[in-house]
Design a protein around this ligand. Structure first.
Ligand code: FO1
Length: 315
Protein backbone atom coordinates (compact mmCIF):
# COMPACT_ATOMS: atom_id res chain seq x y z
CA UNK A 1 0.00 0.00 0.00
CA UNK A 2 1.68 3.33 -1.00
CA UNK A 3 2.66 5.46 1.99
CA UNK A 4 0.22 8.42 2.28
CA UNK A 5 1.78 11.78 1.37
CA UNK A 6 1.01 12.90 4.89
CA UNK A 7 2.10 10.62 7.74
CA UNK A 8 -0.70 8.76 9.46
CA UNK A 9 -2.30 10.35 12.52
CA UNK A 10 -4.28 8.24 14.94
CA UNK A 11 -6.60 9.82 17.48
CA UNK A 12 -8.03 8.25 20.65
CA UNK A 13 -11.49 9.74 20.90
CA UNK A 14 -14.51 9.95 23.16
CA UNK A 15 -17.41 12.31 22.55
CA UNK A 16 -17.85 16.04 22.14
CA UNK A 17 -14.34 17.35 22.89
CA UNK A 18 -12.75 14.70 20.70
CA UNK A 19 -15.08 15.43 17.81
CA UNK A 20 -14.25 19.14 18.05
CA UNK A 21 -10.52 18.40 17.88
CA UNK A 22 -10.94 16.03 14.91
CA UNK A 23 -12.94 18.70 13.06
CA UNK A 24 -9.94 21.03 13.41
CA UNK A 25 -7.42 18.29 12.61
CA UNK A 26 -8.89 17.73 9.14
CA UNK A 27 -8.25 21.43 8.44
CA UNK A 28 -4.51 20.89 8.84
CA UNK A 29 -3.97 17.38 7.42
CA UNK A 30 -5.73 15.39 4.67
CA UNK A 31 -8.66 13.48 6.22
CA UNK A 32 -7.45 10.32 4.46
CA UNK A 33 -4.44 10.26 6.83
CA UNK A 34 -6.52 10.34 10.01
CA UNK A 35 -7.86 7.35 11.94
CA UNK A 36 -10.06 7.92 14.99
CA UNK A 37 -10.36 5.07 17.48
CA UNK A 38 -13.63 5.82 19.23
CA UNK A 39 -15.11 4.79 22.57
CA UNK A 40 -18.14 2.48 22.56
CA UNK A 41 -18.55 2.21 26.34
CA UNK A 42 -21.31 4.86 26.15
CA UNK A 43 -23.32 2.63 23.81
CA UNK A 44 -26.78 1.69 24.94
CA UNK A 45 -29.95 -0.03 23.71
CA UNK A 46 -33.19 1.96 23.99
CA UNK A 47 -36.47 1.26 22.15
CA UNK A 48 -34.68 -1.89 20.94
CA UNK A 49 -32.21 0.30 19.02
CA UNK A 50 -28.41 0.16 19.32
CA UNK A 51 -27.21 3.71 20.00
CA UNK A 52 -23.50 4.63 19.73
CA UNK A 53 -23.27 8.23 20.96
CA UNK A 54 -19.51 8.78 20.64
CA UNK A 55 -19.33 7.26 17.14
CA UNK A 56 -22.32 9.35 16.01
CA UNK A 57 -20.96 12.55 17.59
CA UNK A 58 -17.69 12.15 15.66
CA UNK A 59 -19.50 11.43 12.35
CA UNK A 60 -22.02 14.26 12.75
CA UNK A 61 -19.35 16.78 13.80
CA UNK A 62 -17.03 15.92 10.89
CA UNK A 63 -20.04 16.19 8.55
CA UNK A 64 -20.78 19.68 9.94
CA UNK A 65 -24.22 18.34 10.82
CA UNK A 66 -23.86 18.32 14.62
CA UNK A 67 -26.20 20.28 16.88
CA UNK A 68 -23.83 23.13 17.82
CA UNK A 69 -25.64 23.90 21.08
CA UNK A 70 -25.41 20.43 22.61
CA UNK A 71 -22.45 18.89 20.79
CA UNK A 72 -24.52 15.74 20.18
CA UNK A 73 -27.39 14.84 17.86
CA UNK A 74 -28.20 16.63 14.63
CA UNK A 75 -28.66 20.32 13.89
CA UNK A 76 -32.15 21.31 12.81
CA UNK A 77 -33.74 18.25 14.38
CA UNK A 78 -37.47 17.67 14.78
CA UNK A 79 -38.86 15.76 17.76
CA UNK A 80 -42.15 14.22 16.56
CA UNK A 81 -41.33 10.70 17.74
CA UNK A 82 -40.26 11.90 21.20
CA UNK A 83 -43.47 13.97 21.49
CA UNK A 84 -45.59 10.94 20.55
CA UNK A 85 -43.64 8.73 22.99
CA UNK A 86 -44.31 11.32 25.71
CA UNK A 87 -48.04 11.04 25.00
CA UNK A 88 -47.76 7.25 25.16
CA UNK A 89 -45.83 7.36 28.43
CA UNK A 90 -42.81 5.83 26.72
CA UNK A 91 -39.08 6.26 27.46
CA UNK A 92 -38.15 9.88 26.75
CA UNK A 93 -35.34 10.73 29.22
CA UNK A 94 -32.82 10.10 26.41
CA UNK A 95 -33.72 12.59 23.66
CA UNK A 96 -33.65 11.07 20.19
CA UNK A 97 -34.42 13.41 17.28
CA UNK A 98 -36.37 12.14 14.28
CA UNK A 99 -33.37 12.14 11.90
CA UNK A 100 -31.05 10.75 14.58
CA UNK A 101 -33.46 7.86 15.05
CA UNK A 102 -32.84 6.88 11.42
CA UNK A 103 -29.16 6.38 12.30
CA UNK A 104 -30.06 4.04 15.15
CA UNK A 105 -32.64 2.17 13.04
CA UNK A 106 -30.08 1.70 10.26
CA UNK A 107 -27.34 0.57 12.69
CA UNK A 108 -29.67 -1.86 14.45
CA UNK A 109 -30.92 -3.36 11.20
CA UNK A 110 -27.39 -3.81 9.84
CA UNK A 111 -26.13 -5.36 13.09
CA UNK A 112 -29.14 -7.69 12.98
CA UNK A 113 -28.08 -8.67 9.44
CA UNK A 114 -24.68 -9.68 10.88
CA UNK A 115 -22.65 -6.59 9.95
CA UNK A 116 -19.99 -5.54 12.47
CA UNK A 117 -20.11 -2.19 14.25
CA UNK A 118 -16.95 -1.32 12.28
CA UNK A 119 -18.70 -2.00 8.96
CA UNK A 120 -21.82 -0.09 9.94
CA UNK A 121 -19.78 2.88 11.17
CA UNK A 122 -17.93 2.95 7.85
CA UNK A 123 -21.27 2.94 5.98
CA UNK A 124 -22.66 5.76 8.13
CA UNK A 125 -19.46 7.83 7.81
CA UNK A 126 -19.47 7.43 4.02
CA UNK A 127 -23.17 8.34 3.81
CA UNK A 128 -22.31 11.62 5.58
CA UNK A 129 -19.28 12.23 3.32
CA UNK A 130 -16.86 11.84 6.22
CA UNK A 131 -13.43 10.84 4.87
CA UNK A 132 -11.40 9.99 7.96
CA UNK A 133 -11.36 6.39 9.18
CA UNK A 134 -13.63 6.06 12.20
CA UNK A 135 -13.24 2.76 14.01
CA UNK A 136 -14.93 1.60 17.20
CA UNK A 137 -12.32 0.41 19.70
CA UNK A 138 -13.99 -3.02 19.54
CA UNK A 139 -16.84 -4.72 17.69
CA UNK A 140 -17.59 -6.72 20.83
CA UNK A 141 -19.95 -5.66 23.62
CA UNK A 142 -18.36 -2.99 25.86
CA UNK A 143 -20.39 -1.09 28.46
CA UNK A 144 -19.21 1.45 31.01
CA UNK A 145 -20.83 0.70 34.38
CA UNK A 146 -20.66 3.03 37.37
CA UNK A 147 -21.05 1.82 40.96
CA UNK A 148 -22.66 4.64 42.91
CA UNK A 149 -21.57 5.32 46.49
CA UNK A 150 -25.19 5.52 47.68
CA UNK A 151 -26.89 3.36 45.13
CA UNK A 152 -26.72 0.58 42.58
CA UNK A 153 -24.37 0.04 39.67
CA UNK A 154 -25.81 1.85 36.63
CA UNK A 155 -25.13 2.23 32.91
CA UNK A 156 -23.24 5.21 31.59
CA UNK A 157 -26.23 6.94 29.97
CA UNK A 158 -28.33 6.51 33.12
CA UNK A 159 -25.48 8.22 35.00
CA UNK A 160 -24.72 10.90 32.43
CA UNK A 161 -28.21 11.80 31.16
CA UNK A 162 -30.89 10.42 33.47
CA UNK A 163 -29.05 11.42 36.68
CA UNK A 164 -27.22 14.40 35.08
CA UNK A 165 -23.98 12.82 36.47
CA UNK A 166 -24.97 14.50 39.73
CA UNK A 167 -24.29 11.43 41.89
CA UNK A 168 -21.14 10.23 43.68
CA UNK A 169 -19.32 7.31 42.05
CA UNK A 170 -17.37 4.67 44.00
CA UNK A 171 -16.04 2.69 41.05
CA UNK A 172 -16.13 2.43 37.26
CA UNK A 173 -15.77 -0.78 35.25
CA UNK A 174 -15.96 -1.67 31.57
CA UNK A 175 -18.23 -4.67 31.21
CA UNK A 176 -17.14 -6.99 28.40
CA UNK A 177 -13.63 -5.53 28.13
CA UNK A 178 -11.89 -8.72 29.25
CA UNK A 179 -13.27 -10.71 26.30
CA UNK A 180 -13.31 -7.85 23.81
CA UNK A 181 -11.00 -7.87 20.79
CA UNK A 182 -9.63 -4.65 19.32
CA UNK A 183 -11.64 -3.94 16.16
CA UNK A 184 -9.84 -4.62 12.87
CA UNK A 185 -7.24 -1.94 12.23
CA UNK A 186 -7.13 -0.57 15.79
CA UNK A 187 -3.74 -2.02 16.80
CA UNK A 188 -2.33 -1.32 13.33
CA UNK A 189 -3.46 2.32 13.51
CA UNK A 190 -1.56 2.64 16.79
CA UNK A 191 1.52 0.78 15.52
CA UNK A 192 1.81 2.69 12.22
CA UNK A 193 0.88 6.26 13.20
CA UNK A 194 3.55 8.93 13.12
CA UNK A 195 1.57 10.84 15.75
CA UNK A 196 -1.04 9.56 18.18
CA UNK A 197 -3.23 12.21 19.79
CA UNK A 198 -5.26 11.59 22.92
CA UNK A 199 -8.23 13.90 22.38
CA UNK A 200 -9.50 16.10 25.25
CA UNK A 201 -11.99 13.46 26.36
CA UNK A 202 -12.92 12.28 29.83
CA UNK A 203 -9.90 10.24 31.01
CA UNK A 204 -12.07 7.96 33.19
CA UNK A 205 -15.12 7.09 31.06
CA UNK A 206 -14.07 8.00 27.49
CA UNK A 207 -10.37 7.12 27.30
CA UNK A 208 -10.58 4.49 30.04
CA UNK A 209 -12.69 2.07 28.00
CA UNK A 210 -10.21 2.23 25.09
CA UNK A 211 -7.34 1.20 27.39
CA UNK A 212 -9.43 -1.62 28.87
CA UNK A 213 -9.61 -3.53 25.57
CA UNK A 214 -6.81 -6.14 25.75
CA UNK A 215 -3.80 -5.26 23.62
CA UNK A 216 -4.54 -1.53 23.25
CA UNK A 217 -2.60 -0.20 26.27
CA UNK A 218 0.30 -2.55 25.54
CA UNK A 219 0.49 -1.21 21.97
CA UNK A 220 0.23 2.40 23.15
CA UNK A 221 3.06 1.91 25.64
CA UNK A 222 5.34 0.83 22.76
CA UNK A 223 4.57 4.17 21.04
CA UNK A 224 4.79 6.43 24.13
CA UNK A 225 7.20 8.92 22.52
CA UNK A 226 4.78 9.52 19.62
CA UNK A 227 1.76 10.12 21.84
CA UNK A 228 0.54 13.64 22.58
CA UNK A 229 -2.35 14.11 25.00
CA UNK A 230 -4.54 17.20 25.36
CA UNK A 231 -5.73 17.83 28.88
CA UNK A 232 -9.55 17.81 29.15
CA UNK A 233 -9.13 19.57 32.49
CA UNK A 234 -8.59 23.34 32.34
CA UNK A 235 -7.97 25.28 35.57
CA UNK A 236 -9.20 22.32 37.62
CA UNK A 237 -12.45 21.84 35.75
CA UNK A 238 -13.81 20.16 32.65
CA UNK A 239 -15.39 22.43 30.03
CA UNK A 240 -18.42 20.18 30.20
CA UNK A 241 -19.29 16.82 31.72
CA UNK A 242 -18.13 14.96 34.83
CA UNK A 243 -14.38 14.53 34.05
CA UNK A 244 -13.11 16.58 37.01
CA UNK A 245 -15.53 15.04 39.50
CA UNK A 246 -14.84 11.49 38.30
CA UNK A 247 -11.08 12.00 38.50
CA UNK A 248 -11.44 13.13 42.11
CA UNK A 249 -13.72 10.20 42.90
CA UNK A 250 -11.12 7.85 41.38
CA UNK A 251 -8.47 9.36 43.67
CA UNK A 252 -6.77 11.73 41.22
CA UNK A 253 -6.37 15.50 41.44
CA UNK A 254 -8.74 17.20 38.96
CA UNK A 255 -5.88 19.21 37.51
CA UNK A 256 -3.40 19.01 34.65
CA UNK A 257 -1.01 17.30 37.11
CA UNK A 258 -3.70 14.72 37.86
CA UNK A 259 -4.14 14.14 34.12
CA UNK A 260 -0.34 13.80 33.72
CA UNK A 261 -0.29 11.20 36.52
CA UNK A 262 -3.20 9.35 34.90
CA UNK A 263 -1.49 9.20 31.48
CA UNK A 264 2.24 9.19 32.38
CA UNK A 265 2.90 5.49 31.70
CA UNK A 266 1.90 5.76 28.00
CA UNK A 267 1.78 9.46 27.07
CA UNK A 268 5.09 11.35 26.64
CA UNK A 269 3.73 14.85 25.96
CA UNK A 270 0.74 16.68 27.45
CA UNK A 271 -0.73 19.90 26.01
CA UNK A 272 -2.25 22.09 28.71
CA UNK A 273 -4.16 25.34 28.47
CA UNK A 274 -2.49 28.71 28.97
CA UNK A 275 -4.54 29.19 32.14
CA UNK A 276 -2.55 26.28 33.64
CA UNK A 277 0.87 27.56 32.51
CA UNK A 278 2.13 27.78 36.09
CA UNK A 279 1.63 24.00 36.42
CA UNK A 280 3.91 23.15 33.47
CA UNK A 281 6.88 22.32 35.76
CA UNK A 282 4.69 20.10 37.96
CA UNK A 283 3.49 18.23 34.85
CA UNK A 284 7.09 17.71 33.72
CA UNK A 285 7.95 16.47 37.23
CA UNK A 286 5.64 13.54 36.40
CA UNK A 287 7.97 12.59 33.54
CA UNK A 288 5.62 14.05 30.92
CA UNK A 289 6.82 16.78 28.57
CA UNK A 290 4.51 19.79 28.79
CA UNK A 291 3.36 22.12 26.00
CA UNK A 292 1.30 25.21 26.89
CA UNK A 293 -1.25 26.43 24.32
CA UNK A 294 -4.85 27.67 23.98
CA UNK A 295 -6.95 24.50 24.28
CA UNK A 296 -10.50 25.89 24.34
CA UNK A 297 -11.95 24.93 20.94
CA UNK A 298 -14.69 27.52 20.53
CA UNK A 299 -14.30 27.60 16.73
CA UNK A 300 -13.03 25.27 14.02
CA UNK A 301 -10.10 27.67 13.58
CA UNK A 302 -9.20 27.25 17.28
CA UNK A 303 -9.42 23.46 16.88
CA UNK A 304 -7.19 23.63 13.80
CA UNK A 305 -4.63 25.74 15.66
CA UNK A 306 -4.63 23.26 18.57
CA UNK A 307 -4.23 20.38 16.12
CA UNK A 308 -1.19 22.14 14.65
CA UNK A 309 0.28 22.50 18.16
CA UNK A 310 -0.13 18.74 18.63
CA UNK A 311 1.60 17.96 15.32
CA UNK A 312 4.41 20.43 16.05
CA UNK A 313 4.88 19.04 19.58
CA UNK A 314 6.83 16.07 18.21
CA UNK A 315 9.04 18.33 16.11
N1 FO1 B 1 -26.87 13.88 26.27
C1 FO1 B 1 -27.73 14.47 27.16
O1 FO1 B 1 -27.26 15.14 28.09
N2 FO1 B 1 -29.08 14.34 27.04
C2 FO1 B 1 -29.66 13.63 26.05
O2 FO1 B 1 -30.89 13.52 25.98
C3 FO1 B 1 -28.79 13.00 25.07
C4 FO1 B 1 -29.31 12.29 23.98
C5 FO1 B 1 -28.40 11.78 23.03
C6 FO1 B 1 -28.86 11.13 21.88
C7 FO1 B 1 -27.97 10.66 20.93
C8 FO1 B 1 -26.59 10.80 21.12
O3 FO1 B 1 -25.73 10.36 20.19
C9 FO1 B 1 -26.09 11.45 22.26
C10 FO1 B 1 -26.99 11.94 23.22
N3 FO1 B 1 -26.52 12.60 24.35
C11 FO1 B 1 -27.38 13.16 25.25
C12 FO1 B 1 -25.05 12.69 24.62
C13 FO1 B 1 -24.61 11.35 25.17
O4 FO1 B 1 -25.05 11.19 26.49
C14 FO1 B 1 -23.07 11.11 25.11
O5 FO1 B 1 -22.81 9.88 25.58
C15 FO1 B 1 -22.32 12.20 25.87
O6 FO1 B 1 -22.13 13.21 24.94
C16 FO1 B 1 -20.98 11.73 26.42
O7 FO1 B 1 -20.15 11.32 25.37
Amino acid sequence: MPRPRHPMITALAGGVGAARLLRGLIEVVPPSCVTAIVNTGDDTVLHGLHISPDLDTVVYTLADAINPDTGWGLAGETWQVMASLERLGGVTWFSLGDQDLATHCYRTQRLHEGATLTAVTEELARSWGVEISIVPVTDDPLRTRLQLIDGPEIDFQEYFVKMHHDVAVADVRFEGAKHALPAPGVLDAIARAETIVVCPSNPVVSIGPLLAVPGVLEQLRLRREQIVGISPIIAGAALKGPAARLMREMGFESSVVGVAKWYASWVATLVIDESDAESAAAVEAEGVRCVVAPTVMSTVERSAALSQVVLDALG
